[in-house]
Write a new protein. Structure first.
Lengths: 381, 166
C-alpha cells in the first residue's frame, strides 16, 4: 500500500510528474490575452464558422442523419428529423458572432469562452449531420479549454472593469495534450503508409487532383515530376511527424518546434492537395510566444481604456450588425481570386499570416530559448 | 503594476490532467469501435486519418456522378459539385459516400422521398426540365502513378438507382 501511495505521489503529488508537466507551460498573462484576441479575430474575420454552418440549411431531410454521439441523442430527444431552417442558422450565426466579439474585447471572458465552444459544437453537430465530419474539433474546444486560464486578464474590458481570473497558464498543457493526441491518432491510422510497396501521399494527391479537381498549385507538377522514392520518404516523414507530436506535447518548447513543423507540413498540403485545414492555425496560435514576438512588457497587465466601456459595447453592437448582415470585409478577397479548387483567398491569407508570425517568433524567440525558458509569472510566484 | 494572482495546479487539476491523458486514447478506441458498427462518431479528439493506401503500380479511385434520364430518352451526367453547389466541396465527397453508396451492410440512405423531391427540383433548376429517373453511378477509375487515366473495364461501375416515390 505504501509503495502504491508513493507511486501515486510521484505521479500526482505537488512535485510529481503531472505537476512538473503542467508547470512547463508557464506563459505570461499578456501572451494568453494575445491568444484570445488572435483566436477571436481569426474566427470573426477569416473563418466565419457561423456562415459556414448555414450551408446545410437547404439540404433535404432525407440526408439528415446525425453522427453517433451527443448530436444524435439531442436530435432524437428533440424529435429533429431534418436540417433546421436558414433562420435557425442565422440566429446561431448572430449568437456566435456576438460571443466572438465579446471574446475579442474580453468581456465576461470566462463565460463567453464557454459560450463560443457551445455554439460551435451545436453548429458543427448539425453541419456534420450531412454525413461528412471535418476533424476540426480542437478549434471548437480551445475557448472552453482556456476559459479558466485567465486569458481575459489583459487587454480586456474585464481588466478595465476590475474583474480578473486567477492566472492558470498550465491549462495550455491540456490544449497541448489534445493537439498532440489528435496528431498522434492521425499518425497511428497511417501506419500502413510505411509499407514499402504501398502508395499513400501520392495516391491521395492523385485522388484530390483527379476526382475533386484540386489542381491549383504544385499538385499536377508533383505527380508528374516527383520520383517514387521521394514520395515514399514523404510517407515516412508524415507518419513520424504526426506520431512524434504526442511526446512533443509534454513541453512548451517542443510543442513550439512541432507547430513550426506543422506549418511546413500544412504549406506543402496547401500547395499540392489544396487543403488548408486552417482551423488548426488558431490552435497553433496558442503556442506562439506572443509576449516576445510583440515585445510586450513582461509585468504590465493594466490597460487604460481611452473611451468608456459603454462606448466599446455600442461599437460592438454595430460590428455585430455589420458582420452578421454583410460578413467579414475580408470575404471580399475570395471574389478577387477564384481558384479551380475550393481553396479561398482567405485561406491563403491565413497561411501567409501564419508564416509571418512563425518567422517573427523565430526571430524573437530563438535567442531567448537558447538562454532557457522565458521568464514567467509562475516562476516568480 | 503586479500581474494577476497565479494559481498553481491543485490536486483536482492534476488528477484531471492525468485523467485526460487516459481518456484520450480510450475515446479514440471507443470511436473506432462505434465506427465499425454504425458510423463515424462525433465529437472525437482526432485529426483526419487519410489512412487509405494504394497498391504500387496503379491507383483505383471511386468517382461518383448523378446520371439523370430525361423525358426525351436522353441522359445527362451531373457531378456532385453541380448538384450540391451550395455546400462546401470538402463536404460533398463525404456526403456522397455516406448517403449515396450501397455497401454490403448499409443501403444508400439518400434513397428516400424527400431526397428525391429535392433532387428533382435541383435537376429542374440546373437543366430546365424534371427528370424521369436519377441514379448515382460509382465508377472505379484507374490511374497510373503519374496521374494518367487508364482504360475502364465495364465491371468497374456500381449503380444506385434512386426510386421515384412520393
Amino acid at each position: 500500500v505504501r509503495q502504491q501511495r508513493n507511486s501515486l505521489r510521484t505521479l500526482l503529488g505537488p512535485r510529481g510528474r503531472v505537476a512538473r508537466w503542467l508547470a512547463r507551460f508557464n506563459e505570461t498573462p499578456q501572451t494568453l490575452a494575445c491568444v484570445r484576441i488572435v483566436y477571436a479575430a481569426f474566427a470573426l474575420f477569416l473563418l466565419e464558422p457561423g456562415k459556414r454552418f448555414a450551408a446545410v440549411a437547404g439540404l433535404p431531410s432525407g440526408l439528415f442523419l446525425p453522427p453517433p454521439g451527443p448530436a444524435r441523442w439531442v436530435a432524437d430527444a428533440l424529435g429533429l428529423t431534418g436540417f433546421p431552417s436558414l433562420e435557425f442558422f442565422q440566429i446561431l450565426d448572430t449568437g456566435l458572432t456576438a460571443a466572438l466579439l465579446l471574446l475579442l474585447v474580453g468581456y465576461r471572458t470566462r463565460w463567453v469562452s464557454w459560450g463560443v465552444t457551445l455554439l460551435l459544437l451545436v453548429g458543427s453537430g448539425l453541419f456534420y449531420s450531412s454525413g461528412k465530419i471535418n476533424h476540426d474539433l480542437l478549434f471548437s474546444l480551445l475557448p472552453a479549454a482556456l476559459a479558466g486560464s485567465g486569458w481575459g486578464n489583459c487587454y480586456s474590458l474585464d481588466t478595465f472593469e476590475g474583474r480578473s481570473e486567477p492566472h492558470r497558464p498550465w491549462l495550455l498543457a491540456l490544449v497541448a495534450a489534445l493537439l498532440g493526441f489528435a496528431m498522434f491518432s492521425a499518425g497511428v491510422q497511417k501506419l500502413e503508409w510505411l509499407h514499402p510497396a504501398r502508395v499513400a501521399a501520392q495516391g491521395h494527391l492523385l485522388r484530390h487532383v483527379a476526382v475533386y479537381g484540386r489542381s491549383d498549385g504544385l499538385g499536377p507538377w508533383a505527380l508528374a515530376h516527383v520520383p517514387a522514392a521521394a514520395w515514399k520518404l514523404a510517407d515516412i516523414a508524415v507518419v513520424v511527424f504526426e506520431v512524434g507530436f504526442l511526446p512533443a506535447a509534454f513541453a512548451l518548447r517542443s510543442v513550439r518546434r512541432w507547430v513550426l513543423l506543422a506549418l511546413v507540413f500544412h504549406t506543402w498540403v496547401v500547395l499540392t492537395l489544396n487543403i488548408s485545414f486552417w482551423q488548426n492555425y488558431a490552435v497553433y496560435a496558442a503556442f506562439v510566444p506572443w509576449s516576445g514576438v510583440l515585445k510586450l512588457g513582461e509585468r504590465r497587465t493594466a490597460w487604460t481604456l481611452p473611451v468608456p466601456s459603454w462606448f466599446v459595447l455600442s461599437a460592438l453592437a454595430g460590428a455585430l450588425f455589420g458582420l452578421v448582415r454583410y460578413g467579414s470585409p475580408l470575404a471580399r478577397l475570395d471574389a478577387k481570386l477564384v481558384l479551380t479548387s475550393d481553396l479561398t483567398s482567405r485561406e491563403l491569407l491565413a497561411l501567409g499570416l501564419a508564416w509571418l508570425v512563425a518567422l517573427a517568433s523565430l526571430w524573437r524567440w530563438a535567442p531567448r530559448s537558447r538562454g532557457g525558458e522565458a521568464t514567467s509569472d509562475l516562476h516568480h510566484a | 503594476m503586479s500581474g494577476p494572482r497565479v494559481q498553481r495546479p491543485g490536486p483536482a487539476a492534476r488528477l484531471f490532467a492525468a485523467g485526460l491523458c487516459i481518456a484520450l486514447p480510450l475515446q479514440f478506441a471507443l470511436a473506432a469501435w462505434i465506427n465499425a458498427r454504425d458510423a463515424e462518431p462525433w465529437p472525437v479528439v482526432t485529426l483526419p486519418s487519410f489512412g487509405t493506401t494504394y497498391p504500387g503500380s496503379e491507383v483505383a479511385l471511386d468517382v461518383p456522378a448523378f446520371v439523370v434520364e430525361l423525358a426525351d430518352g436522353g441522359s445527362v451526367e451531373l457531378t456532385p459539385g453541380q448538384v450540391f453547389a451550395s455546400i462546401p466541396r470538402s463536404l460533398q465527397g463525404g456526403l456522397m459516400r455516406a448517403r449515396f453508396r450501397q455497401t454490403a451492410t448499409h443501403a444508400a440512405v439518400g434513397d428516400n422521398p424527400s431526397t428525391w423531391r429535392w433532387l428533382d427540383g435541383r435537376v429542374a433548376a440546373l437543366l430546365g426540365e424534371h427528370p424521369v429517373s436519377i441514379a448515382v453511378r460509382w465508377r472505379r477509375e484507374h490511374y497510373n502513378r503519374r496521374g494518367e487515366r487508364l482504360a475502364l473495364a465495364p465491371e468497374d461501375e456500381q449503380w444506385v438507382r434512386l426510386e421515384h416515390r412520393s
